[in-house]
Design a protein around this ligand. Structure first.
Ligand code: HXC
Length: 480
């Protein structure tokens, strides 16, 4: 395990050397209850200010756990709210380095209202400026809900935990035994709850990862993401892709073997890699421009869409749309995951989120079908009629209501079993290819896998100045 740093050290690692300007370092709390008049330190429990990442402005606050467990006083809350207000006015991201025991217990309602001030600003900033949270120690109560309202949460393995109520309270209320790590450690939130976007091995890796993430993003919703030039060769053919999709449609393959080669420098920055692994989301660059990938993963649950995959995809799609990042959907999906647990837990309302997010997004939207595009999953994964701008398919694409075997078992239930193989062949010939959809114009072109990078770059380039707006409304009502 690497080093654990204090608040100032963390900020200095995060920001360009010498760029940090502190705000409110003389602020003290005003509480006099419970002997607090003897525990007043300059700056109280949070270090706030602004600085640069790769020469671009960011605002930052870092909790200092050594001051009363980094607990949130009214004074700390006012400092953070000031930074949030400045960031919103100046159109720059806010980065919060959290290491806090939540509301300062000695201050009571004063502290609670402080959280409300921060939460309200988190919400008002959402979709206007990127908000990134690092969890760098134990975070309890309100110190989890502010990060939960931001766009990305990074955790440090073994050092950071997030929970609304701690192990002691849980023991008293439900008689369950747990410790901080098994309750809300990095593994729990990156694999099971989906709260965490990225896990890092130590403080330094966490802060460097935030710098990298910022590099993919615009400073605010009125800007485009920075262009990184010179980019990789835009005419580069990817011959290695010709052998990725197996001939046998039942065999799995890793969808990242398609995503990575097509990105500039073959570099893909994955978000939530360990949660809902049946769908892959993340950023890459093409011709120097940031793009967001949303791809089914045939190597996990055959790429079927379940509740967690729906939540993961929908949130990522929304983020990209907020911040003018074009979307590329890569599709190989046999359908929604069947099962009582999924149905009873609400796959209907969760699955609807992907439709909602893709349909509402006005950024350039490209779809590539590599193999299976069956049923409702075909529709939701950015089909033409959901609003995709350019739809491409490999010759191996199969666009149908369901697989041939399943279809024949329904259509020809009373057929002589001897004729079934011929019926399956007939259905396959009709639908186990992209040409039926291409004839109807639902797929714009059928491309060879080796042409993928070139074709996607041309599609993105053609949509670069796309201008589309949805009907005026206060806001929509996405199923949650
Ligand atoms: C005041 C606090 C504090 C708090 C910790 N400290 N949390 N002081 N208010 N909320 C102090 C401790 O008293 C201790 O002081 C020092 O910080 C370090 O804490 P330790 O417990 O020794 O550290 P550790 O063992 O690492 O445990 C960290 C912890 C634990 C898991 C965060 O301290 C804890 O459970 N704290 C309370 C969490 C909590 O219930 N917060 C309120 C949530 S409600 P000394 O002087 O001994 O060094 C909330 C409202 C908003 O946040 C909800 C919105 C939805």
């Amino acid at each position: 395990m690497g080093s654990r740093y204090n608040a100032y050290e963390r900020i200095n690692i995060l920001l360009d050397r010498g760029s940090f300007v502190e705000v409110d370092r003389f602020v003290k709390h005003r509480c006099t209850d419970f002997g607090m008049q003897d525990k007043r330190v300059a700056g109280d429990g949070v270090v706030c200010g602004y600085g640069k990442i790769d020469g671009r402005n960011v605002f930052v606050y870092a909790f200092d756990f050594s001051v009363l467990g980094g607990s949130l006083s009214a004074a700390n809350a006012r400092k953070i709210a000031k930074i949030q207000d400045m960031a919103l006015k100046c159109g720059a991201p806010v980065i919060g380095l959290n290491d806090s025991g939540g509301a300062r217990i000695q201050e009571g309602v004063e502290s609670l209202t402080g959280f409300a001030e921060i939460f309200r600003r988190n919400v008002m900033s959402s979709g206007v400026i990127p908000q990134i949270s690092a969890i760098m120690g134990p975070c309890a109560g309100g110190s989890c809900y502010s990060p939960a309202l931001t766009d990305f949460i990074l955790m440090v393995e073994g050092e950071s935990q997030m929970f609304v109520t701690g192990p002691n309270v849980i023991k008293q209320v439900t008689d369950e035994d747990c410790d901080k790590e098994s309750l809300g450690g990095a593994r729990v939130h990156s694999v099971e709850s989906g709260v965490c976007s990225l896990v890092c091995q130590d403080d330094e890796e966490c802060l460097m990862t935030i710098r990298e993430l910022i590099g993919f993003l615009p400073s605010n919703n009125m800007e485009d993401a920075p262009v990184r030039l010179p980019s990789d060769d835009v005419t580069r053919m990817c011959h290695e892709l010709d052998t990725v999709v197996p001939d046998n449609p039942n065999l799995p393959y890793n969808i990242k073997d398609i995503i990575e080669p097509v990105c500039d420098q073959q570099y893909f920055f994955e978000i939530q890699p360990d949660f809902a692994r049946n769908i892959v989301v993340g950023f890459g660059r093409m011709a120097g421009h940031t793009v967001g990938f949303v791809a089914n993963q045939p190597a996990h649950l055959a790429g079927a869409i379940d509740i967690d995959a729906s939540d993961k995809a929908a949130r990522f799609i929304q983020f990209c749309d907020c911040f003018n990042i074009p979307l590329i959907a890569i599709e190989d999906v046999p359908g929604f995951l069947p099962g009582l647990k999924q149905e009873h837990s609400g796959i209907i309302r969760h699955g609807a989120k992907i439709v909602y997010a893709f349909a509402e997004a006005t950024v350039p939207k490209i779809t590539l079908i590599t193999r299976k595009a069956y049923g409702g999953a075909y529709i939701v994964m950015n089909s033409k009629q959901i609003g995709a701008d350019i739809n491409l398919a490999y010759p191996t694409a199969e666009i149908a209501v369901m697989g041939a075997k399943g279809a024949v078992s329904i259509l020809y239930r009373k057929e002589d079993p001897e004729n079934i193989p011929a019926r399956i062949k007939e259905y396959e010939e009709k639908f186990a290819n992209p040409y039926c959809a291409a004839e109807l114009g639902y797929v714009d072109d059928v491309i060879q896998p080796s042409e993928t990078r070139v074709a996607l770059i041309k599609a993105l380039d053609c949509c670069r100045n796309k201008s589309q707006s949805n009907p005026p409304k206060k806001h929509g009502n996405m199923p949650v």
